[in-house]
Design a binder for this molecule. Structure first.
Ligand SMILES: [Zn+2]
Length: 232
């Protein structure tokens, strides 16, 4: 069985320090040579949402992912990551799909040890430290790394990428966290009730309209690519 770790906010709080490896908001910790991403739809810099350092024993152990998404534009075609066509369970993800589908969001995988705080980024989401702790069982519910996915609906786990590389379950956010804002952060642009983009009245951002998120990654050894799918 795959080992599994629960992912929880640290209730004791505290400011961001360079040793933080898994956290929401604040300043991203990325390799120095990785450009901060911008939105392919509107051109604005993407907002940093969170990053996770996968623990030893996880399929992506010693690797991290950082997730950025646009909060400056809203396009009803791309409120959630583009889905594959046809049957999702056991699907083969076409070559190139996992790069091309990152229009208004970006997932940056990198070796955890290569990360450095990128002080040139001005935080919009308030920093919150995440705690990674062993789960009681691989099928434990809740936000977690590794183990087996707890599907809300049908099993939609993909099988392979580019007909060759096995896809492995990385993590799930079945209880999506709130992304609280810094005081000076602008409101998120969302699709309003009249079907047009407009500023949200809320002082928090939503990632992929708050859907439950399931993350799969290419097997270690292949180019690191992430497939995100949502259920609601
Ligand atoms: Zn945008």
């Amino acid at each position: 069985m795959n080992p599994s770790w629960l992912l929880n906010k640290n209730p004791s709080g505290g400011d961001q320090v360079p040793e933080d490896l898994s956290f929401i908001g604040g300043i991203p910790r990325l390799p120095a040579d990785v450009p901060l991403p911008s939105c392919a739809l509107c051109g604005e810099p993407l907002t940093f949402f969170f990053q996770i350092a996968f623990p030893d024993g996880h399929a992506w152990g010693s690797r991290s992912i950082a997730l950025f998404a646009c909060t400056c534009c809203a396009d009803e075609r791309y409120l959630i990551p583009e889905m594959l066509e046809g049957e999702l369970a056991g699907a083969d993800i076409p070559e190139g799909f996992l790069t091309a589908y990152q229009r208004n969001f970006r997932i940056l995988p990198f070796p955890t040890q290569d990360g450095t705080l990128r002080g040139e980024y001005k935080p919009k989401i308030r920093f919150e430290r995440l705690l990674v702790s062993p789960a009681p069982s691989p099928d434990a519910p809740g936000n977690k790394l590794g183990g087996s996915p707890n599907w809300l609906l049908d099993d939609e786990a993909p099988a392979t990428y580019a007909s060759a590389v096995p896809m492995e379950f990385l993590m799930q956010l079945t209880d999506p966290p709130r992304f609280d804002l810094e005081d000076e952060a602008p409101p998120q642009i969302r699709i309003g009730l009249r079907g047009k983009p407009e500023p949200s009245p809320h002082r928090y951002y939503e990632l992929f309209i708050g859907n439950r998120l399931y993350f799969f990654g290419t097997k270690a050894g292949a180019e690191p690519l992430v497939y995100i799918l949502t259920q609601v």
